[in-house]
Design a protein around this ligand. Structure first.
Ligand SMILES: Cc1cc2nc3c(=O)[nH]c(=O)nc-3n(C[C@H](O)[C@H](O)[C@H](O)COP(=O)(O)O)c2cc1C
Length: 58
């Protein structure tokens, strides 16, 4: 499935960026999909698959 591959590549790029900048992140597939769709004004054909919360390392 192309969109799953795309989402994985984007998530991995966020992981690599965070590692390079001294930040921490984790890929997550759980999220409040209706709230995210409303917040980002996504259309019915746009589906949130992954999210990467980002924070400072302890
Ligand atoms: C594709 C993918 C989706 C994930 N989704 C979730 C998720 O929805 N919730 C969650 O707690 N961990 C999820 N994880 C696992 C976290 O990214 C992380 O590895 C896990 O929380 C352990 O973190 P820790 O190493 O800080 O203990 C997912 C991992 C992958 C690879």
């Amino acid at each position: 499935m192309t969109m799953g591959t795309d989402a994985g590549i984007v998530s991995e790029n966020i992981n690599l960026f965070c590692a390079g900048m001294g930040l921490v992140t984790r890929p997550r597939m759980t999220m409040d999909v209706p709230a995210i769709k409303k917040l980002l004004k996504l259309s019915d054909s746009q589906v949130p698959l992954l999210n990467n919360p980002v924070g400072y390392a302890k």
